[in-house]
Each structure stands twice: as C-alpha cells, then as structure tokens.
Design a protein around this ligand. Structure first.
Ligand code: WTA
Length: 642
C-alpha cells in the first residue's frame, strides 16, 4: 500500500493534506482565537475532557505572582492517568523497548503488564520507607525499569528526581544532596556503542555520605552487587505485593524535580506539579503529535532531560499510545539503526533533535533508503533552532515529502511544548516554530518589556495566564526563581530566548543568556567554568559556546594560569576535571591558554567579545574594557591554534 501523503504544497508553503485533516485531532484554525478569548476556560475544558480526576477543582486558576496554580482543590493521581485508565485495553502495548545489542530481542510491555509492575514497584518503595512527598533519585539509562520506577513514584506521591546517566558522580551527588533523596534507583550499567558502560561505580560514589539509605539496582550488564545497602530491582519486584492503592494528590502537589542549568555554577531544581503538568503533556501529545490510542511514538531524548520525561515517557501514556524506547547509540552497529527501528516497529511519530538530523545528513543515504519508513505520520524537532537545510533534509529524506515537520519550542521550565505549528492546521515553514499553543500567549519585547514592532528581533516573554505545565518554583530557592524568571518583566515570564515574527509566526533565535545548547543538551557556561577552576593552576577562566556544524554549539574555554605555561597535557587534564564534575557531555572542545581575559572596569568578563573572536568577527565595545590589549593577543592565540 502506498503511504499516505500528509502534506501538500500550496503557494510555496507546506500545509496539511486532506489525509492529514481526516485523521488529525485538531483541524480548526479558529481554536487559537476561541482559546484566547478565555484561556482559563479553554484549559478547564481540556483538563475535564482529557484527564481522570478524583475530585474536580474549586478554582481553575489562581495567580499571585510570581506563583500561580492550576486546578486548585482538584484531586488526581498521575499514575492512574497514565496506566489504570487504559486497562480497558490491557493488551495494548504501552512500551516497546529496543536494547542496543542486536542479538537481544526487543521487549513489548502491555498496559496490563505495566500496571502490574508499577503497582509492585510502588510497594517496593513503600516497603523501603518512601512516603508521599519524599524525594527518590533515579539514575538510570534508557531501560523499561526507568518508566516503571518513575510511574511508581507518582503512584505513591513520591517526588522523582531523574539524573542523566551520562552525568558524573559529582553531578549526581549534588542533586541527591539538594533534594535530600532517600533512595537511589540505578543500574549496574548499560550498552553504548557495543560496550557495557559502568554506572554503578558512579552511583556508589555519588551516594556515599548522603541521605541515601538504599540503592535499588537494575541488573543490565550482569555485574554482581553486594552489600546491605543494595537491593536488586527485579528480585524486589517479584516478591512485592501486587496492588498498591494510588495516593490521592492535589493538582498543585509537586510531582517531580528536574535539575537544569542556568547562568550560575549550581544547577537549579525545577519543580513541576501534578495536574497542570499532566494536562500540558497530554494535550500537546494529542494536538502536536496527533497521538491516538495505539499509535507508536518514538522520542529519542534521554529521560535525564525534560523531553525524555514528557515525550519519551509520560505524554504517550497519558494519550493511551505506545512509547518506543531505545537503549543505545544512534549509529550502532551502523548508521541504519534508527531507520531500521522505525521500520521494524512501525513508528508513527518520530521526535528528535536537530543535532541528530545533522549527524545523519553526513551519512550515506543508502542507510536510510533501504528501510521502509512509510509508517511515519509526523516528524518533530526540539531543543535548538533548526536550519533550513536540515529541515528540508528531514522532510525529504526521512519524511519522504509526506510528513509535516513540527518544530517545537519549549524548556525544562515549561514542562511541555509551547510554540509550534499544529499538524492539522499548518503551515509548516522551515526554521519557524509557529504559534503559541492555544490558550498560551507569548510576546516579543525589548529589555523594558515593551512589544517590539512586528518582525523586529526581541526577547520572548510569556503573558498571564501562564501555561498549566509551567514550573511552580525552584527547589529550596525562592530567590533564584524570582531572579531568573520574574525580575526582568515582573508580570511576564522571561524565557531568556530571543525571537522575531516571520509572517506572523514565531522564529526562535536562541538563548540570550549564558546557557549553551550542546547537541541539544542544556549546559551552563558557569558550571563548566567552576569545574575548570577547581584545578589549582587555574587563575581565571571563561567558557563560551562556539557554533558547530553538527552539535549546534560546543563549549570553548579560555584559561589564565596562575603561573607557568599551558600545554596539551594540561588541556587534557582540565577536560578531565569537567568530566569528573559534570560529565563528558560538557567537556570543552578546546581550551586556549591566554594571558588575560577581556574585562570591564567592574571586573566582569566580556564573554561576548570571546564569542566574536571565535567566529572571526570584529568584536564590538572594546572601549569599555580595562584591558583592550588582551583582545588582539587572544585573537593571535586562536589563529595559531586552529
Ligand atoms: C532551546 C528543551 C529553537 C531554547 C525542551 C530553550 C529551542 C532551550 C527549541 C530549553 C526550538 C528548545 N527552536 N530553540 N524548537 N526548543 N530550544 O530546558 O533556547 O533543555 O530556551 O528544554 O532550548 O532547553 P531545555
């Protein structure tokens, strides 16, 4: 059968075809105006229709800035919404898990089986003293137990704090300590590019002398684990009671913490609540990705990031669909792996980062061509701006000119997507994200919060009523919450992104602060600087992102030594410091040893100037520097070392 064509080209733009309009959950372009008339009512309507509540709320939206609450007084359990309510179809597949080793068989877990495992694991947590409101740290690779552990937490009202498995022991420790987690769920390891990677060593080091009482270990690579502190995930599951009553939660109770990078050295714990987050995840899956029960969605993001939480785990389940989770490297054992997975498991919705697209563009097309990708319906991108060439390649080569490309803008803080085009409405324009989701309003403003003329670049801000999925604070840090998001515009949420309007649609230009996006991963320059500073030879350091063809951006460090000269050996050593403190994801691509960093009279490092030098642009604003002479010297060092 010929694969349906979901887009048509009209007036030089791509629009949904009749085939798409026929199946799409949302095709009415007036939905934007309708929702804008009364956004609170709009969200009230979708929340009633889309979620299962134990008790309806008393007030839909309460705002007392900088805080606001959705569905106040409403009661629900998140796990019930993801699992129990789909038990009418217990045989429907909830998750397809694809292990990296090609000799191992993929595993399908039905909603019925998931219910069974989640109930049991919730009891394991309870047996080990976990109660509503306790924090559980999860440091797991992409294995089915990750989903089971996360859902089990939500079943009993425990707050999960998932930490990216490629982060270092130090990074995990800092997050355990900030959250005062009582239990750590981890694995002995995982497979990456054909090799088993040790995870347990890092986990043990991180948990040492912290609040962690027990470590529950998933046996993935067959390591033996000894000690009173350790429990085996599967053994515990087997002996656990089979039913665990779901905890009744308030809509505004915290459901999870996810640490993310800001402009300081310390990551901040973003707090998400239960009801608001749930509806954002559900509704965006339904309308952006047009998920229907039984559809297979593959979001390639790791659970250590918000995209993995919302679209690799929770969103598809809330919608009663099937989520596909793949353990390993994208090009293992060859660059055809991803496309073979799409073919073998008939993936309908594929959601990935521009970095991955750019990586595959370099490969021989034969790796894609030999696979049948006709199951695909929608393609999505996230995490960084996508350039025209990559968008077109994705559309042509992966989507076969049949599938809309949905470029979704959002953040860890927003919980779910906020700006994109809806597949049933269109248009699909390369490099342009689109409109704010119905019921949400963004404006593009100047530093003072005044709207800039249409088409002019400015800062992206969100207006009240704020999206239900938005963060509801920073863990233990009210000041940081206020300073980061509310200080600049007071009554509007500051996204820290730049944007402009292109034919009425929002085009994102990227971060306006010191946050980098390295291969779609969010990292702060300050964190990398702190790690390098730990070496006693280092006097001063500045880290800035440099554009990179594949990864979007890579960190570059400029280091002033207290004494002595830099060397390749020291460069290697300093990179190791970053590996240890954060993880290889944050490792600088280059370290330049310089005599002095460009600084203002007040001692502020002018990273803007370093950024310009890296891309061979003439730096502006040298007049404000105390040491303008440093700039020429740095320029020479960059040239000599390229
Ligand atoms: C960037 C990821 C351009 C943006 C979900 C934002 C994007 C940061 C897009 C958040 C997009 C995300 N186009 N830029 N479609 N999506 N970004 O918290 O700079 O890891 O502020 O959340 O990613 O990164 P985070």
């Amino acid at each position: 059968m010929k694969a349906p064509k979901y887009v048509v080209k009209k007036g030089g733009k791509y629009w949904p075809s009749n085939a798409m309009k026929k199946i799409a959950n949302m095709t009415d372009k007036n939905i934007y105006d309708k929702a804008a008339k009364n956004p609170v009512k709009f969200w009230e309507g979708v929340a009633k229709e889309g979620l299962t509540w134990e008790k309806e709320w008393d007030k839909t939206y309460v705002e007392k800035l900088p805080y606001f609450e959705w569905f106040k007084g409403g009661k629900l359990n998140f796990c019930v919404n993801c699992v129990d309510r789909h038990l009418e179809h217990p045989k429907r597949i909830a998750m397809i898990w694809v292990p990296e080793p090609t000799g191992e068989k993929p595993i399908e877990i039905t909603y019925g089986e998931l219910y069974d495992k989640v109930n049991k694991f919730a009891n394991v947590l309870k047996e080990n003293g976990i109660k509503k409101g306790d924090v559980v740290s999860i440091y797991l690779p992409m294995v089915p137990q990750a989903l089971i552990a996360m859902l089990a937490c939500t079943r009993i009202g425990a707050i999960h704090s998932v930490v990216f498995s490629a982060f270092s022991a130090d990074a995990l420790k800092a997050r355990i300590e900030d959250g005062k987690a009582k239990i750590l769920i981890t694995a002995d390891g995982y497979y990456r590019r054909g090799k088993p990677e040790d995870l347990l060593k890092k986990a043990k080091k991180a948990a040492h002398k912290t609040t962690i009482k027990k470590i529950i270990v998933v046996n993935r690579i067959g390591k033996r684990v000894h000690g009173k502190k350790f429990l085996d995930f599967d053994t515990e599951l087997q002996i656990a009671e089979s039913y665990c009553k779901p905890e009744t939660m308030n809509s505004e109770d915290t459901m999870f913490i996810l640490y993310t990078s800001g402009t300081t050295g310390k990551p901040k714990g973003i707090l998400h609540d239960t009801g608001g987050y749930a509806i954002q995840a559900y509704q965006t899956c339904k309308w952006n990705f047009d998920l229907h029960p039984g559809d297979v969605m593959w979001c390639t993001a790791d659970i250590g990031w918000i995209t993995g939480h919302t679209y690799a785990m929770y969103g598809p389940l809330l919608a009663g669909a099937t989520t596909l989770v793949y353990e390993g490297g994208p090009d293992y054992p060859n660059p055809g792996r991803w496309w073979k997975i799409i073919q073998d498991h008939e993936v309908n919705v594929f959601y990935t980062a521009p970095t991955a697209i750019r990586m595959f563009m370099k490969e021989d097309f034969k790796w894609i061509k030999k696979h049948n990708l006709s199951s695909l319906k929608i393609l999505g991108t996230v995490g960084e701006p996508i350039d025209q060439k990559s968008w077109m390649w994705y559309f042509n080569k992966i989507g076969g000119e049949r599938c809309p490309v949905i470029d979704t803008w959002w953040q860890t803080e927003t919980g779910g997507t906020l700006i994109n085009v809806l597949p049933g409405i269109g248009p699909f324009v390369p490099t342009v994200s689109g409109l704010s989701f119905p019921g949400i309003k963004h404006v593009i403003v100047n530093e003072k919060g005044k709207e800039v003329p249409k088409g002019k670049p400015g800062l992206l801000a969100q207006k009240s009523p704020f999206a239900p999925g938005m963060l509801h604070g920073v863990h233990n840090n009210h000041k940081k919450y206020v300073d980061t998001y509310w200080k600049k515009f007071k009554t509007m949420y500051d996204t820290s992104d730049g944007a402009y309007l292109q034919n009425g649609l929002i085009r994102i230009t990227g971060r306006t602060d010191d946050v980098m996006k390295v291969a779609g991963h969010r990292l702060s320059t300050a964190e990398v600087e702190d790690a390098i500073h730990d070496n006693r030879k280092v006097g001063d350091v500045a880290v800035v992102p440099m554009p990179n063809k594949i990864k979007g951006q890579v960190p570059i460090a400029f280091v002033v030594l207290k004494h002595g000269k830099g060397s390749k050996k020291l460069e290697k050593k300093l990179k190791k410091y970053v590996d240890i403190k954060i993880g290889p994801t944050a490792r600088p691509a280059r370290i330049f040893f310089v005599e002095d960093l460009p600084k203002t009279r007040s001692g502020k490092i002018m990273r803007r100037i370093l950024k310009a030098l890296l891309i061979d642009e003439e730096p502006q604003g040298l007049m404000t520097l105390v040491n303008p002479g440093s700039v020429g010297k740095i320029k020479e060092i960059i040239k000599a070392n390229q």
